[in-house]
Design a protein. Structure first.
Lengths: 451, 451
């Protein structure tokens, strides 16, 4: 919860040019809230606000800005200021900023870095996109197993400012190989003349730098840990990933899944900042594919043109019947896609879930058929009522099966189950719905033969 | 990442009755992985596995089981074992288990609790459902501002086992009012004869026990903190919420949003364990509502029955035109619902986004019209081609506007924007699509007047 009242107050003071009051207000605000306020300001006001902050807080505030805002801010700052902020940023925050830049911009920003920072940043940017390495910070505190607790605590005191967090202290051998992670608490509780070895339990969860960042997220979630050590293939400790980085990544991944479910390509940047051309490119692909799927529906209908001409009342129920299949299918696809994403359900569960979904679909279809059969009888007599009711049951079962099985099938072939979007399921269910409806109508009513 | 290999190995050993090997394997496994293994076993095997664990690890493993599995395990255990596990559970884990029970079961489990535990659990269960109070653990370590750092560290050492985490030490006054949160690190770095006061920065983020648990999630995410103190209305510290609890809640909330977007009521339990009757109840409501919305589509079509009889080729494009509006609408609704949920977009942004969405929708509509006009000309000549192309542009714009505005409108009236589900948008867009399509057809082709 950003404290909205405080933020509005700050902006008002700023617009009124009350610099002393602005400073006083900033003093009592959290950096995250100042960052929220900055996003609401224009370029000039942003600079005024940042410069009103003591230098050591500027970088802190900067690190909480969205990357698009970060870029705009650095563009308007002096080279001197930019250089200082880039230097003071934590390595993982600096990677997040740099990887958002286009090639040309990246080059000009890298030029601002001190040689040491440049070396570090190039190394971090060398890990594959969306890998655990890109998320990590190389700032951690490590001790040796043969040290005494007193010596280790001295070392921790000395290095504490370098480490992003010291809630966990990592134990490595002389070549940097990760041996264990020990809680800071245990160092305080332990006897001071003990060796670090005595505090170790040899149980440490770690991840390789080349691993997918989603694996880093699920490891931290599965093991309920706040800090995940990252190693190379030989087990040498390279850096740490903290739970706050992981929460941001988890949110992005969920957003991507949401967008896919709506058949919009994943829009990774802020919707507020996204340009129309980007949104167009992300969305047009699926829409055009769906046009062709829907044309098949048209072709299916045209087979039954004679039947429609003979019993025009059939058209009245057409939107209902085909939509109901899509609706039931969207429901089951949504449930399955999410359950597969959270790991609640796995590939091998499909048969068990299929049986359950079939039961549910029959219940849903019968209920909906019951509701709609009255309207059918009213519009076209008992026979049409029966056509509509039977079609409803069949179409709902077909849609639900489609919505349930497609995500599993996609997973089976190593494709993303979220590709089974609501619009895709709806469009495919439309085709099935048309064929089912008119076939049942042809069997029950006296209709001319299909074209 | 549960280490799947290890889990499979463990289960195999267990099924082969190799008890010694099972014990050895369990020794090197993390409790979270043992919990994952237990979920795969039958009741009898679960008991064997749990009893093979040293008692102090049993409760740890138990706390990582899904509540449905926890219930099954406790049901098969002896009263003695159940009593011990319930006693040893951390208070927040105990609340999570107890709140999942039906009234009758709850009563019988509460009887197993020691008087002290019972008092604590009843207090925690007294906070409203889905409130911050339900998530918290009353185990924290607090110190007074006038204490010296040495005395505080002694106290922390003494109390560390009570606290779920001591990465943050809370400073309270004599009446328990929360004054500050100080990092454990600062106690180690600080001069030992200093007063705790000297370490305080008077900046502490906290939340009231009665607040919504979603606020607890967003506060922890916004401020990037690992531990959130929970107070009563007077600011007295009652407990703490840790980031791992919050990640679980965040995942549940996202799942609820997903399900709503698919027009399935939020299914909060595991899909694997959910009974068909529950799934039926969660889904039938929206499906029946949508039946009535779709009947309006039918009514809209029946207005144009004469036109359809005159130009039967119009029916060919009907599924395409109405589906395209729904598809574009599903896309924009999905983007908006997610952006509103993450706070990327707020209510006051609607005008700016409306302009952008309109631009995007025109581009999308024109592209799709271009694609489909050829098919239109081929099926029914130049005039029908024009009807189809114009309808496509209009319908896509209508769908996109509907999908964008409905989530804002719902938010404006304090309703959940996720109610604007893909199936709802699709069904409403169907009605608009039918009216638009046949109106344009009537204007361009020579058609009989509507009924």
């Amino acid at each position: 919860m950003a404290e909205l009242g405080v933020i509005t107050e700050l902006i008002t003071l700023l617009k009124l040019d009350q610099h002393e009051d602005v400073k006083a207000k900033l003093d009592e605000m959290a950096v995250q809230d100042i960052a929220t306020a900055i996003a609401e300001l224009n370029e000039e006001e942003r600079l005024v606000l940042l410069r009103a902050l003591p230098t050591e807080r500027q970088t802190d505030v900067f690190s909480y800005l969205a990357v698009t805002v970060q870029r705009e801010v650095l563009d308007t700052m002096s080279a001197e200021e930019s250089r200082r902020i880039l230097h003071e940023l934590l390595p993982d925050d600096r990677t997040a900023f740099l990887e958002s830049l286009e090639a040309e911009e990246l080059e000009s920003q890298l030029k601002l870095l001190a040689p040491e920072d440049l070396k570090q940043s190039l190394k971090l940017l060398g890990y594959p996109e969306e890998s655990a390495g890109r998320l990590m910070t190389p700032r951690f505190v490590s001790v040796r197993p043969q040290w005494t607790v007193t010596r280790a605590l001295d070392h921790i005191r000395h290095e504490a400012d370098r480490g992003e967090t010291v809630n966990f202290v990592f134990v490595t051998d002389d070549r940097g190989k990760l041996l264990d992670a020990v809680k800071l608490k245990d160092f305080i509780l332990g006897r001071q003349d003990q060796k670090v070895e005595a505090l170790m339990d040899q149980e440490v969860i770690s991840i390789q730098a080349s691993a997918d960042r989603e694996d880093a997220v699920s490891t931290i979630q599965h093991y309920d840990i706040n800090t995940l050590p990252v190693t190379d293939k030989q087990g040498v400790l390279l850096g740490i990933i903290t739970v706050d980085d992981v929460m941001d990544v988890a949110e992005q991944e969920v957003t991507e899944d949401f967008h896919k479910l709506g058949a919009a390509g994943a829009v990774t940047m802020s919707l507020r900042d996204a340009r129309p051309s980007l949104l167009y490119r992300k969305r047009i692909g699926w829409l055009v594919i769906l046009v062709f799927v829907n044309l098949i529906s048209g072709a299916a209908i045209s087979i039954f043109e004679n039947a429609i001409e003979a019993v025009i009342a059939l058209v009245f129920f057409l939107p209902l019947i085909i939509a109901s299949g899509g609706n039931a299918g969207s429901q089951s696809a949504t449930l399955m896609v999410r359950a597969l994403a959270t790991g609640d359900v796995e590939l091998r569960d499909w048969l068990r879930l299929w049986g359950k979904e079939l039961t549910v679909a029959i219940l849903l279809g019968v209920t909906m058929a019951f509701v709609v059969s009255f309207v059918g009888v009213w519009r076209g007599g008992a026979e049409l009522g029966m056509v509509v009711a039977l079609s409803m049951v069949a179409v709902v079962i077909m849609g639900a099966m489609l919505g349930m099985l497609l995500p599993f099938l996609l997973t089976r072939f190593n494709l993303d189950p979220a590709t089974a979007s609501a619009p895709l399921i709806t469009s495919i269910a439309d085709i099935g719905g048309i064929l089912i409806y008119f076939s049942i109508a042809a069997a029950i009513l006296t209709l001319p033969a299909p074209v």
